[in-house]
Design a protein around this ligand. Sequence first.
Ligand SMILES: Cc1ncc(COP(=O)(O)O)c(C=O)c1O
Length: 484
Amino acid sequence: MFEEWSLNFESSTPCYLQIYSYIKSCIFSGTLPIGTKLPTQKELAIQFGVNRSTVVTATELLAADDLIKSNGKGGTIVKNNASSLNAPPPPNWTSYIHAGSHYPNKSTVQLINNNEHRTDIYALTRPELSKELFIPEMLKEMRMYNALDPDSLGYDHPNGNFLLRENLCSYYADLGVKVNPDQILIVSGALQALYLISAGILFRGSAILTEAQSYIYSVNVFQSAGMRLFGIPADENGISIANLEKTHSQTNASILYSIPNFNNPTGILMSEERKKRLYQFCQNRKLPVIEDDTYRELYFTERKPIPLKFYDTNELILLVGSCSKVLFPGFRLGWIVGTKPVIDRLADIKTQIDLGTNTLSQRLMNFLVESTYYSQHLEHIRGCLRERRDFVLDILNRNFHGLCSWSIPKGGVYIWLSINPNISVSKLFQRCLKNKVLFCPGDIYSSHANNSIRISYSYLPLRDLECSLLLLKQCMLEELNLMS
Ligand SMILES: Cc1ncc(COP(=O)(O)O)c(C=O)c1O
């Protein structure tokens, strides 16, 4: 405490007054909230380089102002601050908070957000790549390249860095998707793409179709804009077309949001056959699609999965991509590929929201794509993630029979576990949290309760992955014993 401050011994203001004024300003600014314990007088004297009597005089003045008091245990605490002394009470922020139009996160999501960065917790929730999965040479080159160049730090074109958009055009051309730079908008992550779409092209009250288990349920992007989500069941090949047809007819939905390649949370890879049928259906019904393609590059299959956009001959699909799961979420870098009028509309809104995506991330992305690093990195992480998936599957096979079932993901970073119905997932979540293991309960990804959980194998070191899974097993057994 107080390390950043020192006395001015040259000043004509006596030292005790300087100390008094400084501590008072800390209390008034809120740096020292009510109840804060102050260092002892001896400690303060040593810290400020003065006699103890100087500190005593300063603290007597603070006590006379009713700002500090003894805590009865030989220490001193802050008793009052500006507002508790004489300032008018603060505004009723609670009523403002309830007035905001954006829905809060579900309480479980808030709990996860507030706990998953703790260093003492095993976060089976985190989907980012473990730092040991990055090729050291690539990180070194990125550090060297990232010298700040004032030319690249100004505001950029509303659609984002032109070179990056050109690079994305080449990337998609290799996948058989032909686009121009003006059909691409660079955004601050895929989540922003979804916000722009909800704010820019959909009516309040619109119905949105999606897989019954979907990332979109865990964020209130459409719901806060007054839209309704309708979940369509999926099997191991992806969304059910028969159910889609039925629900579309009932709801007259405006758009379909789908994650065909390695769905979050289920990990399902939509088969090519299903993709063709899905596209055909949407084309016949003139139903636009938001294709969230965040995980496609993380495939373990022999054939590279194709985006739905590959079939798009009718400008039906808005393809959303992101660097978050293949590189760094901290880049906050994503993109939307779509028909030009929609891209122009969304770019126009984006300029009103954040005036463009971080230019350094865009520049670094160009560097990686133009060197061989990006393709090397993708190849490397696919191998590492596959090994990690097998590592976890092996632990599951050896330990979890009777406790849960799972299917083998063909890519991505998640395993979706269907938990023994005799175990309550919400109780399991609380028990695990007490034991410092965090997972994502399935109901945050759905409008219905379900007895599933999502675990990620990309983030924790292997040793921690194993420890956390064994703790998870222990907690499941304890929950089962409580039931019997
Ligand atoms: C399917 C899906 N879309 C979008 C996002 C948001 O990604 P970004 O970090 O690019 O905003 C996530 C993040 O987990 C996701 O799983």
